[in-house]
Structure formats: structure tokens, C-alpha cells
Write a protein that binds this ligand. Structure first.
Ligand code: ADP
Ligand code: MG
Length: 615
């Protein structure tokens, strides 16, 4: 039998390698930017068209390449950055594998122009699918220009797998921001489809952060500066009161290389413990300076993951340093944890809250005209509930929810009972409501007790209402007295823009405002105007989690987010009337028993269960 094993032609081998190195336009952008940094450039311009699908170009004023080097640069494993195996353990450059240009040139049409300082003429080289198709001398400035056109032109399957322009551009912006943060001493420009997206002059880190994320960041930043024999940690954390519902700005750099490391992320979260409200995330920009021999950047080709020799000590150093920074700025004591609980009633000086309990009125007469249990203080709080007109009109059902729990036959005096029910709130006194731990509502019915999880219940109620009105295309909206401007990071902004159609569909009157800002003139009727930012942040977060394409959010997802943000939370005190209303509305729902996440909303303890507990 003849032999069957053959070496792959270079072009094929390069294409295979490209699968690892160039996953999407953003990965090529990262490689090109890093090459320019390694070449010592102090001004780097990135030009993008159609989210990198038709063009990615990087222009630098670095060392440039000689004619021979320009040819060599496109060979696989050709690098000027390491020479022997040991060098891998002392890496001071971004690149070292010599794979990037070879890979990019295998899957795109590449044009390189480069010139060294002391040469008169530069070289122009065109490479397509790993083949050099043109080479000549050219007039060009010192430095290198690399143009990558039609990525994956020769692999249609991969080209078809690219996401929408919005999503791909967001990835490019993410990479750009990471590189720009890591090198604030370099001037970066970014032009997208002919518009300047960023122009970042060389500056200190604080200024760079502000230039990227907006001037509001200046007051948010607290410096971190800690030096130990293992590691030097510098950078900034954001004050906890500015923490966000999205996981946006979390940056770790090791020797100026952006890295991802969940374990070290936890060290930061750990230091913030007790200072953040539930569901919010700390923002940070932390730079580790560490002996290159003590880290291994070699574990992943795209190199955002690295291994540390002594991860535990690094964990401790980071946690301590962040705690220290928080402490120095005396942030902890000034925090007001209650401030974002939107349901806390205003209390006068000296006023105290009565403990929750079951109140029995011995003089109660069910036929009395005067409805009982109306407290004047609740009128103001009532506004936080959904206005009645959004109601889907199922209220007849709400009045006899307790039947759901009754296994005893109907009361004999049905006509009289009917009459009482029609008097509306008088039914309340047949049942008592009490709140336990500001979390559960307890109420009784003929043969037992029901316990209701207040937050899950309200989420369910809001969800069904919002979902209904979306399905019926009848979205009640309110104009804002003062339009709200909300700003985002560039990549979040791209995402929000892609969500605009869905947002308008649910009742937002929202438009682009330029400079990474949106303007909101109107909001859904059921949304509290203080929660607008929360809703948008939460939508962004869901969107990132689902990695979907933006564009169309289903009604269900939209209703879920709006309901979750708007619902009363665990920890909010409720008065009797509010509890009554909540319970009635819950049992008017299609699915009162399960929460949006599929957990129980209602637990029923009947007489039998209670008896059992006493045996
Ligand atoms: P690596 O960066 O891992 O060495 P690359 O394939 O990215 O591998 O680049 C190959 C070589 O081409 C580099 O080692 C460098 O010598 C040269 N090179 C690439 N880009 C530039 C640039 N912008 N300026 C100068 N030289 C460059
Ligand atoms: Mg490189």
C-alpha cells in the first residue's frame, strides 16, 4: 500500500491556523494594533469600514520594515520578537508567535506599505490568500500601513458566520478600548465609516479613561497604588456608589496586556463586599506589573488568559490594595444603602414604624358602609403601583381568589355573600394581611394560610400586564417633563442603538443624541422615571448574556426586564391596603403560582398541614 501522509501546503496550513488567530474582524484589529505598539509607534490610527468586513486599516509611525522583513513578516512562525525558547519566559512585547500576519493574509486581501527611517523608498506588498501578488517600491512615510480587505473572502462559510455590523463593531471597539487603556502614552485615533469615533491624545491613565468613557468618570475614580515584592498594582477603581448594573468597565492588565481572570475579578468583588447593592458590579482599571518569568502568556493563542505562578498571593494583594484604596478615600461610611429602595416612605423625625402584625378589629361590622383599613399615608405610596387604566380588565376574578384554596363547599348564603363582595374593599377585613421580614405577605383564607413572596408576585403581575399590552399593541406611554440624557461607553452605545426599535415598541420615546448619548422624551407608563437608567442597563446586560444580535427583542424578554426592574423589592415595607391589592392582582394573573424564573410565588398551608406541624 502506498503512503498517504503528506505535508499540507502552506496556504492550507495558514488557513487552519487562521481559524484560531482570526475569529472575527476584532481579532485582526487587535493583532494589527499590537504590532504597531511593538514597533514603537506613538501615533496609531485605526480605520474601519462596515464593521471591518470590507476594510480594516492600521497606520503607524513605528520603526517600519526593510524589504526582506516585509516579505518575511507574512511567513508563519516568522517573528523579530523572540529567538529562542527561553525568550518566551521573558516577553516584553505583545506578539511573539509570528502567526498573526500569516494568518490574516491567508484569509483576506492584504496590502502592506512600510518604510524604515533611514531608507529613501518604502515597499508595497500585496498578499491574497497567502500568495504575494504584487511587490514594488513606493513613496511612503516612516512606519507601517496595513490594509486588510474582505476578511474571509475565500472562506464563505466563515464570512456568513459573522454577526451583524453592530455586534462586530462592538467587538472592535472593545479591543480598541483595551489597547488604548493599556497604552495611554500613545496617541490613538479611530475612524469608523468616515466618522471619527475616538481621538485619544497621549495622556495619563486618568485622562485616557475620561477620554474614552466620558468626563463623568473623573469624579468616580479612586486611585490604587500598591507595591509588593511580587507585584506592583496601580490604576483606578470606581467609587461603589457609581457601580453599575452592567459589567461594563472591568479591566485587568498584566504588563500592559489586557487579561481576563475570573479568580482575580473575585478578589476585587471581595474587597467591595458590603459596599455594593445587589446585582451591581464594581468598575475597575487595574494594572499589574509583574516579573514576566512569573507568568505564562502562552496558554491561549488570543492571549487574554494568562497563568500566574502564585495566584493566591496575587489574589490577596489585589483584595487588600482595593480595600485599602476604598478605605483611604473614606468611602464606606458615607454610603446610604437604603437610597435605591424606591419604596421607603418619607418618615418624620421621631416617627417610628409599628412592627408588622395581624390586626383584629373587634368592632368590625361587614355591613358597615365605611371601608376599613384605609390609611392616609398609603395614598402617596399608591402611585408606585401600576395605574389602574393599564389593567387588563380581569378584576372580577380578583375578588374570589381565595376560592382557589378552599376545599370546603360554597357558603350556603350565596346571595348575601355576593353583595358583600360587590362592596369591594370590605372583603379585606375578612382576611388579614401581614408582612414578614419585609419579604413575604401572609394572609388567611377559610381553611388555611397563604404565604406570598412579594417581589416575585409583583414581577409576575407586571410581566403579565406589560406582555398583554405589548401583544395588543396598546402601549401606554408618558411624556417626561424633563427629557433625560443618558450616556454610554461606545460599545454599549452600539448595542443600545440596535435596541431602539424594541424600546420604542414598549413605549420609550428615545432617540440618538450623538456622542454616545441617547435622549429620552417619553417612557412606558408603568415605569418609574427614576428607573429608566436601570432598565437600559439591565437590557444591555441581558443582551450581553444572550450574545444575541440586538435588533429584535421578543416581547417576552422585554416584558421580563421591565417587570424585574419596576417590581417592588424584597425589603420594601407594604401597608395593608398595598398587600391586599397585590394579592388580588396576583390571583388575577394567568399564572399566579410561578415566578418569572420558575420559582414558587405562593405557598399554601392548609389546616391539615398546620395540624401536622403540631403533632
Ligand atoms: P509577531 O507579532 O508575533 O511577531 P506577526 O505575524 O504579528 O507576529 O508579525 C510578524 C513580524 O512582522 C513581527 O515580528 C515584526 O517584526 C513585523 N511587523 C508586523 N507588524 C509590524 C509593524 N506595524 N511595524 C513594524 N514591524 C511589524
Ligand atoms: Mg503580532
Amino acid at each position: 500500500m502506498s503512503d498517504v501522509i503528506r505535508l499540507l501546503p502552506d496556504s492550507v496550513a495558514n488557513q487552519i491556523a487562521a481559524g484560531e488567530v482570526v475569529q472575527r474582524p476584532a481579532s485582526a484589529v487587535k493583532e494589527l494594533l499590537e504590532n504597531s505598539i511593538d514597533a514603537g509607534a506613538d501615533h496609531i490610527t485605526l480605520i474601519i469600514k462596515d464593521a471591518g468586513k470590507t476594510l480594516m486599516q492600521v497606520i503607524d509611525n513605528g520603526t517600519g520594515m526593510s524589504e526582506t522583513d516585509a516579505r518575511m513578516a507574512f511567513e508563519r512562525h516568522a517573528t523579530s520578537k523572540i529567538q529562542k525558547a527561553e525568550d518566551i519566559f521573558a516577553i516584553h512585547t505583545k506578539g511573539f508567535r509570528g502567526e498573526a500576519l500569516a494568518s490574516i493574509a491567508a484569509v483576506a486581501q492584504v496590502e502592506l506599505k512600510t518604510k524604515k527611517e533611514d531608507e529613501e523608498l518604502g515597499v508595497m506588498l500585496r498578499v491574497e490568500g497567502s500568495k504575494v501578488i504584487e511587490q514594488e517600491y513606493c513613496n511612503t512615510k516612516r512606519g507601517t500601513q496595513l490594509e486588510v480587505k474582505n476578511l474571509f473572502f475565500n472562506i464563505p462559510a466563515r464570512r456568513n458566520f459573522l454577526k451583524s455590523n453592530n455586534v462586530e463593531l462592538r467587538h472592535i471597539i472593545d479591543e480598541f478600548e483595551r489597547v488604548a487603556l493599556a497604552h495611554s502614552d500613545i496617541h490613538f485615533s479611530f475612524v469608523n465609516n468616515g466618522n471619527e469615533l475616538f481621538d485619544l491624545p497621549a495622556a495619563g491613565l486618568r485622562q485616557r479613561i475620561v477620554n474614552i468613557f466620558g468626563s463623568k468618570f473623573n469624579e468616580k475614580l479612586v486611585p490604587v497604588d500598591e507595591e509588593t515584592p511580587i507585584l506592583k498594582l496601580t490604576g483606578f477603581i470606581c467609587k461603589p456608589e457609581f457601580s453599575k448594573k452592567t459589567r461594563g468597565e472591568q479591566f485587568f492588565f498584566a504588563n500592559n496586556r489586557y487579561i481576563r481572570n475570573n479568580y482575580l475579578h473575585r478578589a476585587v468583588c471581595n474587597a467591595f463586599e458590603g459596599l455594593l447593592t445587589e446585582g451591581s458590579h464594581p468598575s475597575y482599571f487595574l494594572f499589574m506589573d509583574i516579573d514576566p518569568a512569573k507568568i505564562d502568556v502562552n496558554i491561549h493563542p488570543t492571549k487574554t488568559e494568562i497563568k500566574f505562578e502564585d495566584e493566591r498571593s496575587i489574589f490577596t494583594i489585589i483584595r487588600t490594595a482595593v480595600k485599602h484604596a476604598l478605605g483611604q478615600y473614606n468611602i464606606a461610611p458615607s454610603l446610604d444603602f437604603e437610597s435605591d429602595v424606591d419604596f421607603v416612605p418619607q418618615m418624620k423625625k421621631g416617627q417610628t414604624v409599628p412592627p408588622p402584625g395581624v390586626h383584629i378589629n373587634p368592632n368590625f361590622n361587614p355591613f358597615d358602609e365605611q371601608p376599613a383599613g384605609r390609611s392616609s399615608s398609603s395614598a402617596a405610596r399608591q402611585t408606585s403601583f401600576i395605574p389602574q387604566d393599564v389593567h387588563t380588565g380581569k378584576s372580577q376574578k380578583t375578588q374570589d381568589w381565595e376560592k382557589l384554596f378552599e376545599d370546603i363547599p360554597e357558603l350556603p348564603d350565596e346571595p348575601q355573600r355576593q353583595e358583600t363582595l360587590e362592596m369591594g374593599e370590605t372583603t379585606e377585613v375578612k382576611k388579614s394581611y401581614s408582612q414578614i421580614g419585609r419579604k413575604y405577605i401572609f394572609t388567611n383564607h377559610g381553611t388555611g394560610i397563604i404565604m406570598i413572596h412579594q417581589q416575585r408576585a409583583h414581577e409576575r403581575i407586571l410581566f403579565e400586564r406589560i406582555f398583554q399590552s405589548l401583544e395588543n399593541k396598546n402601549i401606554p406611554s408618558q411624556q417626561l417633563l424633563f427629557p433625560q440624557n443618558i450616556s454610554f461607553s461606545s460599545s454599549d452605545y452600539q448595542l443600545i442603538i440596535s435596541l431602539l426599535p424594541s424600546l420604542r415598541e414598549v413605549g420609550f420615546d428615545i432617540d440618538e443624541f450623538g456622542q454616545n448619548e441617547v435622549i429620552i422624551n417619553g417612557i412606558p407608563l408603568y415605569l418609574d422615571s427614576n428607573l429608566v437608567k436601570d432598565v437600559l442597563e439591565r437590557l444591555l446586560e441581558d443582551e450581553k448574556d444572550h450574545k444575541s444580535d440586538g435588533a429584535s427583542k421578543t416581547h417576552e424578554l422585554m416584558a421580563t426586564t421591565l417587570a424585574k426592574v419596576s417590581a417592588i423589592k424584597t425589603g420594601s415595607p407594604l401597608n395593608t391596603q398595598e398587600m391586599h391589592k397585590l394579592v388580588d392582582e396576583l390571583f388575577a394573573c394567568e399564572m399566579p403560582y410561578v415566578s418569572l424564573a420558575g420559582r414558587p410565588v405562593v405557598v399554601n398551608l392548609n389546616l391539615e398541614d398546620i395540624d401536622k406541624s403540631f403533632n
